[in-house]
Design a protein. Structure first.
Length: 459
C-alpha cells in the first residue's frame, strides 16, 4: 500500500490537521502518513526536498481552512503569490506528477476559486473537495479514510503491472502425480481431511481503559482494532468509553473490535481583550478553559491589569480544558520628584501657577464641586525640548485612600486645558488631594512625575 502526504498552513488549521494526522496514522500506520516538510535541514535544497517528499506519496491531502488563501508573510504579502512558498511548491509538485489530490475543507471554509490561485495551482479549483465538520468529525474522517483506501488500492494495482494476475494462475500437476498422490492417500486409509476447528475467544472488557492499554489487551487475544472518537467531558481524553462487540462476546481470532475513545469537547474561544485580568480569569474558567501563563507588557496606554492580547485568538475553536496565554498591561514606573511646598486653599478657588523646569508653566484651579465630587482644570504648556507626551491626573493623598480607589487619568494635548473629575474627602473634615503630571518623551523611558498638593474642606 502507498503513502499519504498531508499539506497545511500552521496559521490556518494546525489544530484540525493535528487531529486528522493522528487518526490517519492510527488507521494506515505511522510509517505511511507524512505531514509537511517544515523540518528541512540547513544546507538542503528545499525545492529538491519537496519534490522528493511529494514524489514518494500516492495520495496528497491538502487541508484548507478559512485563512488558507490569505495568509501573509512578514511584509504583508500573500504567501501563495510567492513562487518559493512551501505550500505552493508542494501542491505544484503533486499536480505535475498527477498524484491524486484531495482538498479537505475545515472550519466551514469554501473551496478556493481559480481566480484566487496562481497559474500553477488553478487546477486545484476543479478538484472535488471533501468537507470535515466539527459536529460530524468521526463520520467525515471515516469517509475520508474510505476514499484514501480506494485511492491507495488503485495505485497498488497499477504498480503491480500485471504480476498479481500471473501469480494467481493455478499450477497444473501432471496426471501421473495426481494418481500417485491418490494411491498414497488410499494406501494409508485417509478418506477425508477436515480443517481444525478454531477455538473461540472471549472479548475482554476494555471500557474505562486508556487506549494504549486497551489496544495491547486486544492484540494479545489475537483481535483486530478500529477506533472512533466522541466528544465528552465526563471521561479523560483517550479513555475507551464503548466497545463493539460487547465484553464477554465469543468471537473468532482476527475479529475486529470497534473502540470509541473520549476526546475533549470543542468550544469557541471567548474574547477577553480589554477586560481586567480578574474578569478574564472568571470568564475563561466558566467556559472550561484555564490560564496557563500571564505576561506583562509595559505601556502607558492602558491601566495596569487590562488584557492586551490572548492566545488562542477570539472565536478560535479549542478543546475544553485548553491552556490559555494572556498579555496584560502594566504602567511604567514613574520617577518621583520632590513635592513643591506651595499650597492653595480651595475656599477662594483662586488660580494657582507653578513654574517647571524647561520654561514650562502649569496653572490649575477647582472649577466645579458638588458634594464629594470635584473637577480640577489643568492648564499646561510644555517646552517641546523636554517632552512630547503628557497625562494629567488627580487623586486623594495616599493617607486618605480607601480600598478600591484609583487615580483619574486624562490625556493632555500638551498645550491648553483639560478637566479632571475625581471623588474626594468626607463631609465636614479637611481633605488633601494631589494634582500631578506624567511627562515622557525622548528617550521613551525618560518619565517624570510632578505633584501639586491642595488642601480643602467640604461641608
Amino acid at each position: 500500500m502507498g503513502n499519504i502526504f498531508i499539506s497545511y498552513r500552521r496559521e490556518d488549521s494546525a489544530g484540525h490537521t493535528g487531529r486528522l494526522f493522528d487518526r490517519l496514522r492510527e488507521h494506515f500506520g505511522k510509517d505511511r502518513v507524512f505531514i509537511d516538510i517544515a523540518g528541512i535541514e540547513p544546507g538542503v535544497d528545499f525545492v529538491e526536498a519537496i519534490e522528493k517528499a511529494v514524489g514518494s506519496c500516492d495520495a496528497f491531502v491538502v487541508v484548507i481552512g478559512k485563512q488558507w488563501l490569505n495568509v501573509t508573510d512578514a511584509d504583508g504579502r500573500r504567501r501563495l503569490d510567492n513562487p518559493e512558498d512551501f505550500i505552493r511548491l508542494e501542491l505544484a509538485s503533486a499536480l505535475r506528477r498527477n498524484i491524486r489530490i484531495i482538498p479537505v475543507l475545515v472550519q466551514g471554509a469554501a473551496a478556493p476559486g481559480g481566480k484566487n490561485l496562481p497559474e500553477d495551482l488553478k487546477k486545484l479549483s476543479r478538484l472535488q473537495a471533501h468537507e470535515i465538520t466539527d459536529n460530524r468529525w468521526d463520520y467525515d474522517v471515516g469517509k475520508l479514510i474510505e476514499i484514501l483506501e480506494k485511492v491507495l488500492k488503485k495505485e497498488m494495482t497499477q504498480d503491480s503491472g500485471g504480476k498479481e494476475e500471473a501469480i494467481s494462475k493455478p499450477f497444473k500437476f501432471p496426471r501421473w502425480a495426481i494418481a500417485g498422490i491418490a494411491a498414497i492417500l488410499i494406501g494409508i486409509g485417509v478418506y477425508a481431511i477436515r480443517p481444525p476447528v478454531q477455538p473461540s475467544i472471549s472479548v475482554p472488557n476494555v471500557i474505562g481503559e486508556p487506549f494504549e492499554e486497551a489496544k495491547a489487551m486486544l492484540i494479545e487475544k489475537g483481535l483486530e482494532i478500529s477506533r472512533e472518537e466522541k466528544q465528552t467531558d465526563e471521561k479523560p481524553p483517550g479513555t475507551v468509553i464503548d466497545q463493539k462487540p460487547k465484553p464477554g462476546t465469543e468471537v473468532k481470532r482476527g475479529q475486529r473490535v470497534d473502540l470509541v475513545l473520549a476526546v475533549r469537547s470543542i468550544i469557541k474561544m471567548p474574547d477577553v481583550v480589554g477586560k481586567r485580568i480578574e474578569e478574564a480569569r472568571a470568564l475563561l474558567e466558566k467556559t472550561g478553559l484555564r490560564i496557563a501563563a500571564v505576561q506583562e507588557r509595559v505601556t502607558a496606554e492602558k491601566p495596569t491589569g487590562i488584557v492586551l492580547a490572548q492566545n488562542p485568538k477570539p472565536d478560535a475553536l479549542v478543546p475544553r480544558g485548553e491552556n490559555i496565554e494572556l498579555v496584560i498591561a502594566r504602567l511604567p514606573q514613574i520617577k518621583q520628584e520632590p513635592k513643591t511646598k506651595q499650597e492653595s486653599s480651595v475656599e477662594d478657588l483662586s488660580r494657582t501657577q507653578y513654574s517647571l523646569p524647561g520654561d514650562s508653566v502649569i496653572h490649575f484651579r477647582v472649577v466645579e464641586h458638588q458634594g464629594l465630587k470635584l473637577t480640577i482644570e489643568v492648564d499646561y504648556n510644555y517646552n517641546e525640548r523636554h517632552g512630547n507626551k503628557v497625562m494629567a491626573g488627580a487623586w486623594l493623598k495616599p493617607s486618605e485612600l480607601v480600598s478600591g480607589y484609583a487615580p483619574t487619568f486624562v490625556p493632555h494635548p500638551g498645550k491648553g486645558a483639560v478637566r479632571v473629575p475625581i471623588s474626594v474627602g468626607k463631609p465636614g473634615v479637611s481633605t488633601e488631594i494631589e494634582v500631578f503630571l506624567y511627562e515622557w518623551g525622548r528617550p521613551a523611558e525618560a518619565f517624570a512625575r510632578r505633584n501639586f498638593p491642595y488642601k480643602m474642606r467640604f461641608e
